[in-house]
Write a new protein. Structure first.
Length: 144
């Protein structure tokens, strides 16, 4: 069942821009991520526990996970499938990248008026999807 409600919000509208995030953690907090995160707003379809379908967007992404924005609160440990719609670089066809993962946290994002959910990537549907994402992030969006 598709939840169309959160797809209509302006804040969940996807766009093509992707850029590295260079933001240190708050004072006194150790950064645990080992990879550069890239700010993105790619459209996603989120399948929750193999059943419910929700529209949303990527807020930031790396090779091991993403922060996503959707209109529903999900508890930590929830299994999800992300179908990420990556726009073409030029006049090509968009790529739909499928990855399986679990939620790590959920917070209400008052600036975006939805829930921001941290997802850990457990497995890419196809190994070539991981390679494509790595190439797209590192070759076309250089680190700052």
């Amino acid at each position: 069942m598709k939840n169309a409600g959160n797809a209509k919000r302006g804040t969940l509208a996807a766009f093509d821009d992707v850029s590295p995030i260079e933001s240190p953690p708050p004072k006194g907090v150790k950064e645990h991520r080992k990879e550069t995160r890239y700010k993105a707003a790619w459209k996603i379809d989120v399948v929750v526990e193999g059943q419910e379908l929700h529209d949303g967007k990527i807020k930031d992404i790396s090779l091991h996970g993403a922060a996503i924005l959707i209109g529903r609160n999900l508890k930590p440990g929830t299994k999800v499938t992300l179908n990420t719609h990556i726009p073409p670089l030029n006049s090509g066809v968009k790529k739909v990248l499928t990855v399986y993962g679990k939620t790590l946290y959920t917070v209400h994002d008052s600036s975006d008026l939805c829930f921001r959910i941290g997802i850990r990537f457990d497995e890419f549907k196809m190994e070539s999807d991981r390679d494509y994402l790595e190439s797209r992030l590192t070759n076309y969006h250089p680190k700052a």
